[in-house]
Write a protein that binds this ligand. Structure first.
Ligand SMILES: N=c1c2ncn([C@@H]3O[C@H](COP(=O)(O)OP(=O)(O)OP(=O)(O)O)[C@@H](O)[C@H]3O)c2ncn1[C@@H]1O[C@H](COP(=O)(O)O)[C@@H](O)[C@H]1O
Length: 179
């Protein structure tokens, strides 16, 4: 898989990239409580709650649409490869079971060319996912749920094998499933 990420030369990466990023973003969002109307985050934190809740739902919907777009490009690429294979080899060619990677499981392997639009759709999905997380963090800040408390919620759901050593947990009285 292509590594789409990089670290600028000479910079030392933090122990956890996503942890450091969420911490920084959470701190920025919290600090925007004092920023004034010029800040989008301030407006989400202090305006009608419907505003930020609508954004969370809208962005989640955009994630779903973006993912469907990725699926669409994958499916049409696979269909095009099957049609090409059938045309090149005659009926019965390339008709074995297709695995998750879109390749035929038998020796008559099918070569699927993913178009540039597929990669662009994946990038768009990542973009919309970031929009959801940003708006979700604004909601958490609005209701005083710290990132550590949020982490504890996730950690409490993990098995002992999954949970990282020293991970923060919720006290039993704050574990309320569903409500
Ligand atoms: N991470 C974000 C962030 N992600 C998304 N957004 C905003 O969320 C809005 C999303 O709305 P839309 O969906 O209408 O816009 P879009 O994303 O351009 O378009 P689509 O999703 O419809 O394709 C845009 O205005 C984005 O600028 C964000 N705004 C701010 N931040 C962070 O918060 C910091 C403080 O921002 P301010 O409060 O604006 O100073 C920034 O420096 C960033 O680090």
């Amino acid at each position: 898989m292509v590594d789409k990420t990089y670290i600028p030369e000479g910079e030392v990466p933090p122990a956890s990239q996503i942890g450091a990023t969420l911490e920084a973003l959470g701190a920025t969002i919290a600090a925007r409580r004092e920023a004034g109307e010029g800040s989008y985050t301030y407006r989400l934190l202090t305006g009608s709650v419907d505003g930020v809740l609508k954004k969370v739902m809208e962005e989640a919907g955009e994630v779903a649409l973006a993912a469907k777009d990725v699926e669409g490009w994958a499916t049409s690429s696979l269909a095009a490869a099957v049609a090409l294979d059938a045309a090149a080899n005659g009926a019965g060619a390339g008709t074995g079971p297709v695995d998750a990677a879109g390749a035929l499981a038998d020796s008559d392997a099918l070569s699927v060319q993913l178009p540039p639009e597929y990669g662009e759709a994946v990038d768009h999905l990542r973009y919309e996912a970031a929009d959801v997380v940003y708006h979700l963090l604004v909601v958490l800040e609005r209701y005083g749920i710290s990132l550590d408390e949020f982490a504890a919620e996730l950690n409490n759901r993990m098995t002992d094998e999954e949970r990282p050593a020293g991970a923060v947990r919720l006290h039993g009285e704050y574990v309320r499933r569903g409500k």
